[in-house]
Design a protein around this ligand. Structure first.
Ligand SMILES: [Zn+2]
Ligand SMILES: [Zn+2]
Length: 151
């Protein structure tokens, strides 16, 4: 499936404009079918649909690694925390606090603090983190689906 941004129409592969061209071939001629990858209504360039690796549905988006529905559905705090485990960042911490608290205790404390943030701010942080590298999110979700199949 294709999409024309200009006239906002969806076009199936078989509805693309096509014509036959004949080439001289030996003593006669050969016919070749030429498909025009342009909008049959307004002749603009088309965007090809991509297959979402998560739900296997086609979606129209020029430069995205998954469909909007799957993206929104998977923008959750649980996924962010799980993804963050594979992408740890280093911090230098006050030596005294480091002598009192373990890494896990600090993380629990920060998660509790995050939960107190207003919902719209939480949502923004979550969407930013998931959206920063959608390919990373796709890899994470694929891994998660693979593991879910195993059990
Ligand atoms: Zn068009
Ligand atoms: Zn999807």
């Amino acid at each position: 499936m294709y999409y024309c941004e200009f006239c906002e129409s969806f076009i199936e592969e078989e509805d693309l404009p096509r014509y036959t061209q004949s080439h001289p071939y030996g003593m006669g001629s050969a016919e070749e079918e030429i498909v025009e990858y342009e909008c049959p209504n307004c002749h603009s360039d088309l965007i090809k649909a991509r297959l979402c690796p998560i739900c296997n549905e086609e979606y129209i988006k020029d430069d995205d690694d998954l469909c909007d529905t799957c993206f929104e559905k998977n923008c959750t705090i649980e996924n962010c925390v799980e993804m963050g485990k594979d992408a740890v960042e280093e911090y230098e911490l006050n030596g005294f606090l480091a002598s009192v608290y373990s890494k896990d205790e600090i993380e629990d404390c920060l998660l509790a603090d995050f939960a107190k943030m207003p919902k719209h701010m939480q949502d923004r942080y979550i969407a930013d983190y998931c959206g920063e590298d959608k390919y990373f999110l796709v890899e994470f979700l694929e891994e998660k689906m693979k593991n879910a199949d195993l059990y």
